[in-house]
Design a protein around this ligand. Structure first.
Ligand code: SIN
Length: 487
């Protein structure tokens, strides 16, 4: 990768950060730009030994980090936040280069990533305990909340910075130490964040980053008994497999897994708001978010008008190199992602769907680009309605009445995010409450913020990230039941 891309070229790191030292390894792997196929960096290929070494470092750093005052830890997190914003342009360019999202979206993600550090720096001071009235004379019952210990986190490629800070900020805020394995597809953002963390004063061993052989590193992070908490964002099958491994040492686990978000448009919806929400929800990050609308359920009376209005917007979407400036969408992460979108499109058409609109592709021919598309008359049993497409393909399914919409929406093992567009307050309340999802967007296609709890139900996982509840997964409750001798 050309140094000219960055204002501070030293943010481009290619080694692991373990115990405050940048550690190389014998082997390296290529990190590729999905828009051009160019090799951006050769990153150290670490495995089980480095992961164990990182757990050693995190264990050694735990006593001193957890015994700092909350205010002292908060000051370091706040400095890290400020450094991320000071270097936002470099972080955004690195992110676009390795992940593909257009620069404007990458800048947005950098701000989103920083927001978790600011939020949890504030929350660090509010990890309150409780005093319970004694159950007998002379009894004193006190509950304190303590850091769970060493945390292992595995994060995905679709948000190479924000999914890291959403886990690491609450962990560090309460006094835990962390070993992170970022996606092998996007390690550069993680390493740049780690570099800025060290500059902010995060002590050696408190935040460690190891990348490379995912199964070998995962084996250590899920198996080592010193790791007391495991947090994963990624696919449902991998999450299930990793969580099962964690049970051998009974770790605390949180999982943020795949979704299959329904986007329900009722006859009485504000059509402009619904179309704007659909574009924001479906095409953010080229359709590569766990909360992207995956199935559009549209009521009969508004179906044709909504389809026509959405088609006009989809037809304007241009996929290109996110660094070039004019792209609304970047490439998908790799060739398999493009092939999955194509498989879903072909399957839907074979079951009777029609293509109503398609966007353009203007990126290099080596890039993994998928044309944005809108399909109508999609059968509910189509692949695109049953599996998470994770790409820029929107499919409309027609429904007649409210109960039918709820039944179709809940007919999936997933339960992460759902969206409703309606002007009827009673319906909004009924349907929000009936949807089996962890998050519901009501007349909005954007629900993510550091101040609100993010997480799912059913096979989309458990645990909540962000908000005041995001602290809970990183602390254990301890009861101190005391017998006070009479005077
Ligand atoms: C995700 O796709 O997992 C995260 C999306 C978000 O935070 O909005």
């Amino acid at each position: 990768m050309s140094d000219a891309l960055l204002r501070r070229p030293e943010l481009l790191r290619s080694e692991a950060l373990i115990g405050g030292r940048w550690e190389d390894s014998g082997a390296r792997y290529d990190v590729l730009n999905p828009a051009t196929g160019a090799c951006l960096a050769e990153v150290a290929m670490h495995g089980a030994d480095a992961a164990t070494h990182a757990v050693d470092a995190a264990s050694a750093a735990l006593p001193s980090w957890s015994s700092l005052s909350a205010g002292e830890r908060a000051a370091i997190l706040r400095r890290w936040h400020d450094l991320i914003l000071d270097n936002a342009e470099d972080l955004a360019r690195l992110m676009t280069a390795e992940q593909g999202k257009p620069l404007a979206e990458a800048r947005g993600e950098v701000a989103y990533a920083a927001s978790f550090l600011a939020w949890f720096a504030e929350e660090a001071r509010r990890v309150y305990g409780t005093v319970i009235p004694g159950n007998a004379p002379g009894r004193r019952l006190t509950v304190i909340r303590q850091p769970v210990g060493v945390v292992a986190a595995i994060t995905p490629w679709n948000f190479p910075a924000a999914m890291i800070t959403r886990k690491v900020a609450p962990a560090l805020a309460v006094g835990c130490t962390v070993v992170l394995k970022p996606s092998e597809l996007t390690p550069l953002s993680a390493l740049a964040l780690a570099c800025l963390g060290a500059e902010a004063g995060v002590p050696a061993g408190v935040f460690n980053v190891v990348s490379g052989d995912a199964p070998a590193i995962g084996e250590v992070l899920t198996g080592d008994p010193r790791v007391r908490k495991f947090s994963f964002t990624g696919s449902t099958p991998v999450g299930k497999m990793l969580a099962a491994k964690c049970m051998a040492t009974v770790k605390r686990v949180s999982l943020e897994l795949g979704g299959n978000a329904p986007f329900i448009v009722f006859d009485d919806a504000d059509i402009d708001a619904a179309v704007a929400g659909a574009i924001a929800s479906k095409f953010r990050n080229s359709g590569q978010t766990c909360v992207c609308a995956n199935r559009f359920l549209v009521q009969d009376g508004i179906y044709d008008r909504f389809a026509a209005a959405l088609a006009r917007k989809v037809g304007l979407l241009n996929a290109g190199d996110g660094l070039a400036g004019s792209a609304d969408q970047g490439p998908l992460i790799n060739a398999e992602a493009v092939a999955k979108v194509e498989r879903h499109r072909v399957d839907a058409v074979e079951r009777g769907a029609r293509i109503l609109a398609q966007g353009q592709v203007s990126g290099p021919s080596q890039g993994h680009f998928a044309r944005a598309a809108l399909l109508v008359d999609v059968a509910p049993e189509s692949l695109l309605a049953r599996e998470e497409t994770f790409g820029p393909l929107a499919g409309l399914i027609r429904f007649d009445h409210e109960e039918e919409a709820i039944r179709l929406a809940n007919d999936t093992p997933a339960g992460l995010a759902a969206y409703i567009f309606t002007a009827d307050h009673g319906r909004a309340t009924r349907v929000s409450e009936a949807l089996e999802y962890g998050m519901v967007g009501l007349n909005t296609g954007l629900i993510s913020t550091e101040v609100a709890p993010f997480g799912g139900v059913k096979e989309s996982g458990f645990g909540r990230e962000g908000s005041r509840f995001g602290i809970d997964d990183y602390v254990s409750m301890k009861l101190i039941a005391a017998e006070i001798a009479p005077a």
